[in-house]
Design a protein around this ligand. Structure first.
Ligand code: ZN
Length: 464
């Protein structure tokens, strides 16, 4: 009995030590991640940085004074974090200016007019100085143009009124299913002799804000380009109903936006050098430019400050990454992607080895998880970490789109990811006057930063 007891107790001691050792190594990831979340929620700087970007600088369209102020401000903040290196990467960007506020109305009978809220779509040509007035014809989407043909469209303004699909839970899917009318509507309608286009705003909610965004005329000659404007969802509904009662309605709009020559701007870059594998680079980023109507808080001030916060959190908890962790604030995502292309060009020219890049460009809402562009093998590895994110409700780990700015980096062996916040409210604000600071919740913003920092911590520690 006594002997047995001794043997058993030795055995027990062995198991206690063995298990606590295993427990310790698991715990350390859990503990490290908890420390990142705790620090983000209690000592993070992201919300204050966003406050400055939004309220002291404001909308940051490429080539604007505000965009340059944002470059200077974020560079100074990164400098003040005491990271190893901060620099500006020059890039030529397009400069488009909205001009004076747009004006529009529709006329059901001579003199019976109703004013509607519009805004020029980014990159549009202006109307003639006195505006355009013409018969307006509604279409459901670009697909419908060919069935109407030149007969019905020539000389008219085309009203694209395909709504975002309310049944899509991922609102980005609803967006991508109808954004072609904003991007290419003018080019397509002009082929049928249209004189202008009015596009229903990409917004799932009915409200009075017109939402801008980018468009393209492709290779079309300047003289053939027709002006394009977005109309608020409320006004789109009103116009559509009015057209059903009376198909013979005139629409008037006036805008004096202008495209200037390209100007020099910058990507803002900062990094913590890796201790043992400095040649392997991990990128975290968002885009510093925004549209001009709001202050670009969700799109994408949030992604920028969350990315800066990753370096800040590592500094604050004293974590020294093995690999180089680099924040990149890309310029000109909205109307050119010049910053993303320039960064990839630089990385390739210097033959840098990027192993992971993550972008936050879906708003500063509650994070739900990440989507990954990777090989099956790397994705399996990532899935092993999913449970570590359960306590934070950030365990949506799926394959899918990463981000526009990091897209040009894509190559075999590099894992790309996107932070995926809840998307239900994103398009209420996207590219509109109400994309403003008060619509960003501090805790939600900080949780997103902590989520990216935690994933980067794991990737830095274990690699692929
Ligand atoms: Zn964006």
């Amino acid at each position: 009995m006594k002997n047995n007891y001794k043997v058993n107790s030795k055995l027990a001691l062995f198991f206690v030590i063995a298990f606590s050792y295993v427990g310790l190594s698991q715990n350390s990831d859990e503990e490290q991640i908890k420390k990142l979340y705790d620090t983000a929620l209690t000592e993070g700087s992201g919300y204050d940085w966003l406050n400055y970007l939004s309220n002291q600088i404001g909308g940051r369209l490429s080539g604007s004074i505000q965009a340059q102020q944002a470059v200077d401000y974020t560079k100074a903040q990164l400098d003040s974090l005491g990271v190893d290196k901060v620099w500006l990467q020059p890039v030529m960007v397009p400069k488009w200016v909205r001009g004076t506020p747009e004006f529009a109305y529709f006329e059901t009978n001579p003199g019976a007019t109703t004013n509607v809220a519009i805004c020029a779509i980014g990159g549009s040509v202006p109307t003639p100085p006195r505006g355009i007035k013409a018969n307006i014809i509604e279409v459901e989407g670009i697909e419908q143009l060919s069935s109407l043909g030149k007969d019905k469209i020539q000389g008219k303004i085309v009203f694209f009124n395909k709504p975002m699909d309310a049944t899509q839970i991922n609102t980005f899917t609803a967006y991508s299913n109808c954004v072609d009318q904003r991007y290419a509507g003018a080019l397509e309608a002009s082929e049928y002799g249209a004189v202008g286009v009015i596009v229903r705003s990409m917004n799932l909610r009915l409200d009075d804000y017109p939402h801008t965004g980018s468009m393209s005329y492709g290779e079309q000659a300047g003289s053939e380009r027709i002006p394009a404007a977005a109309i608020s969802t409320n006004a789109a509904e009103l116009l559509s109903t009015s057209l059903k009662l009376n198909p013979d309605i005139n629409f008037y709009f006036k805008q004096n936006c202008k495209q200037f020559d390209d100007v020099e701007s910058y990507n803002v870059i900062g990094e913590i050098k890796g201790t043992t594998k400095p040649e392997e680079v991990i990128v975290v980023g968002g885009h510093l430019d925004s549209w001009d109507l709001g202050d670009g808080s969700h799109d994408d001030g949030a992604g920028c400050v969350q990315s800066m916060e990753v370096l800040n959190l590592f500094k604050k908890i004293g974590y020294k990454p093995k690999r180089t962790v680099r924040v990149v604030l890309f310029m000109n995502e909205e109307n050119g992607l010049r910053g993303g292309n320039k960064y990839a060009e630089f990385a390739n020219a210097k033959n840098e080895k990027h192993i992971f890049a993550i972008e936050s460009d879906s708003g500063g809402f509650s994070p739900r998880g990440f989507t990954f562009e990777s090989s099956d093998k790397d994705f399996e590895k990532v899935l092993e970490w999913k449970n570590l994110f359960k306590p934070y409700l950030v365990h949506y780990f799926e394959k899918g789109f990463s981000g526009a700015d990091i897209g040009p980096l894509k190559k075999d062996g590099l894992v790309l990811a996107g932070l995926r916040p809840d998307s239900q409210r994103y398009f209420d604000h996207h590219h509109a006057e109400n994309d403003t600071f008060e619509h960003v919740n501090k805790r939600e913003l900080q949780l997103g930063a902590a989520s990216m920092a935690s994933l980067i911590y794991l990737i830095d520690k274990y690699g692929f």
